[in-house]
Design a protein around this ligand. Structure first.
Ligand code: AGP
Length: 585
């Protein structure tokens, strides 16, 4: 986890690097730094955000880094870039070098002096060890020694070029005219060019002002097509919203609509399977839990859902279609799970939002959600886009397996197509939600309860609340409260209840009475007026087919956590201790 950037061309490297790094801050913001070749290499790096940097030098060739700490605490000395002993070459690194201890020891024995606690610094010394006037040659020799995940960029003050390598961490090249760019993600340089090459694992690139060459690790040249990006930088910016998260919440009608449309043109989803395994982390895991309900309901196959970090250490179920859900496509645990499922001979299908992301290299098939770039650390529009993909997949599979009548198929697909409209209607409830956020913002604990297909939404509501407001929150199946958590319910504790009018309705009303009797402050999300009689506050949500109610309920809960966090003045787009893509296991 971290963001790296590089620039070579005719512009101010300081300006390009700093503006590019700002667009990558979602990848980590523990420290930042740049190295620029002025007459010689100059480095400025500091703990904290990019705004702390005081870059009083400039040139037209440089590299930069924004860090999410793994090896070594966030500090000035552990910030990137790192220099070799002579201060002539600089590197930035995203990932983890697994054999760093042995390499570091070897280099120390050879006289290299280390100044940080990171695994990354050894890369500068390793290149230095091999350097005999040719950066490319030394770079290849060094990266062949590295084990682990990395995206690395290196520069030397005596050579006008950037060398970079990728293995299991993302790296993209931006092609300009008499200038070239390098970054962990496209928005970093989209202000300058929309022509990109997404590097694959075990590839190296050499950039000069007018030349881009890609090689494999054996130094054999690789030919790659240039892709044209058709989303604008504005798509990746806040467009007048106070936070990316709010913008992304409001983008959900279009994100879901685009996702459904992109899937409708697919004709390769008719897969044979008798059971399904879904593997994911965090919010994507909650999408997987909703997926379980919808698949079991429509396909009558057993579906098992695992946290990716747990799946790694258990027996793999054979002959199961394995779905890996990850918005970023870079989550290390989910990638490891994909590899494990593949190795066991299972068909693997990834649902991801990022074209060309790492997971796409480790699965048989990919379903792209078309939510557009999501910058806020809290996943919102990518979650509803994941749900849309799962529902679409289930509806299509149920038709292909002739498990539903043509009429039911049409009706389900129509409701799915109308989901953007229902989300739009839910967004208009925002003023009511703000009132509730004001009431609960000073709570110590908040509980979220639901049943059936909305139980995962209760979990997601609690995760969102914890993640951005830092209030302790728990999601429970409503029927489980009496088996323990009810002991925590006392006067004024907010309990948010999800009450669709379906087979869970009556039981939910009983659970509401249970917590009301303990004087909890009960909020309900429901399309039913009647619920208002039993709760302190009813937020009326649109009356959608209950099977699709997760879409509207989750949007209301995203708004509730957003406004609670906003009232508390939290750093909503960059919550403490978290980063957008978690590339460590
Ligand atoms: C979501 O709000 C969280 N930031 C987090 O739980 C996230 O969903 C998780 O890290 C998985 O990420 P992925 O979808 O990119 O794999």
């Amino acid at each position: 986890m971290c963001g790296i950037v590089g620039y070579i061309g005719f512009r101010s490297a300081r300006e390009v690097l700093l503006s590019s790094l700002r667009r990558l801050e979602y990848r980590g913001y523990d420290s930042a730094g740049v190295a620029i070749v002025a007459d010689e290499i100059k480095v400025e790096k500091r703990r904290g955000s990019i705004d702390n940097l005081k870059v009083d030098f400039d040139g037209s060739l440089g590299i930069g880094h924004t860090r999410w700490a793994t090896h070594g605490i966030p500090s000035d000395k552990n910030a990137h870039p790192f220099l070799d002993c002579q201060g002539k070459l600089a590197i930035v690194h995203n990932g983890i070098i697994e054999n760093y201890l042995s390499l570091r020891e070897e280099l120390i024995k050879k006289g290299h002096k280390f100044v940080s606690d990171t695994d990354s610094e050894l890369i500068a010394h390793l290149i230095e060890e091999y350097y005999q006037g040719d950066l490319k040659d030394a770079f290849f020799k060094a990266i062949r020694k590295l084990k682990g995940s990395f995206a690395i960029a290196a520069i030397h003050q005596d050579e006008r070029k950037i060398l970079a390598a990728k293995n299991e961490s993302p790296l993209v090249i931006g092609i300009g005219d008499h200038e070239n760019f390098l970054a962990s993600d496209i928005p970093a340089f989209l202000a300058y060019t929309n022509r990109v090459i997404v590097l694959k694992d075990k590839e190296v690139c050499e950039l000069t002002d007018d030349f881009v060459q890609i090689y494999d690790f054996d130094e054999k040249e690789v030919r790659r097509d240039v892709e044209y990006i058709n989303w604008s930088l504005e798509d990746a910016e806040k467009s007048g919203y106070e936070h990316f998260m709010l913008k992304e919440i409001f983008e959900q009608p279009i994100a879901v609509d685009n996702t459904i449309h992109s899937l409708i043109s697919r004709n390769d989803l008719d897969l044979e399977f008798d059971s399904m395994v879904i593997v994911a982390c965090g919010t994507s895991y909650h999408a997987g839990l909703v997926g379980k309900y919808i698949m079991e309901e429509l396909l009558h196959v057993p579906v098992y859902v695992y946290y990716a970090s747990e799946y790694r250490y258990r027996e793999v179920l054979e002959n199961s279609l394995t779905l890996l859900i990850t918005q970023s496509g870079e989550t290390a645990d989910t990638i490891a799970a994909a590899r494990k499922a593949m190795a066991a001979g299972n068909t693997t299908l990834a649902i991801t939002n990022v074209v060309g992301s790492s997971i796409t290299n480790y699965v048989d098939m990919v379903l792209y959600t078309s939510a557009g770039p999501e910058i806020g650390v809290a996943a919102t529009k990518t979650f509803t886009a994941q749900l849309a993909s799962l529902y679409y997949f289930a509806i299509e599979a149920a038709r292909n397996k002739m498990l539903i009548s043509p009429m039911r198929y049409e009706s389900l697909l129509n409701t799915l197509r109308k989901v953007p409209y229902y989300i739009e209607k839910t967004l208009s409830v925002e003023p009511r939600i703000i009132k509730e956020a004001k009431k609960i913002a000073n709570s110590k604990d908040i509980f979220f309860i639901a049943r059936g297909i909305n139980y995962p939404i209760a979990l997601e509501g609690a995760l969102k609340m914890k993640e951005i407001s830092y209030i302790h929150a728990e999601g429970y199946p409503a029927g489980e409260l009496k088996h323990g958590p009810l002991a925590l319910i006392e006067e004024g504790v907010p309990v948010v209840t999800l009450v669709p009018v379906d087979k869970t309705y009556e039981k939910m009303l009983s659970n509401i009475k249970e917590v009301s009797a303990r004087k909890a402050y009960v909020i309900a999300l429901s399309p039913s007026e009647e619920v208002g009689k039993y709760v302190d506050s009813l937020i009326k949500v649109p009356d959608i087919d209950p099977l699709f109610s997760p879409f509207v309920n989750v949007v209301a809960l995203q708004l509730l956590s957003y406004h609670t966090a906003r009232i508390l003045g939290r750093n909503i787009d960059k919550p403490r201790n978290l980063a957008k893509s978690v590339t460590v296991e």
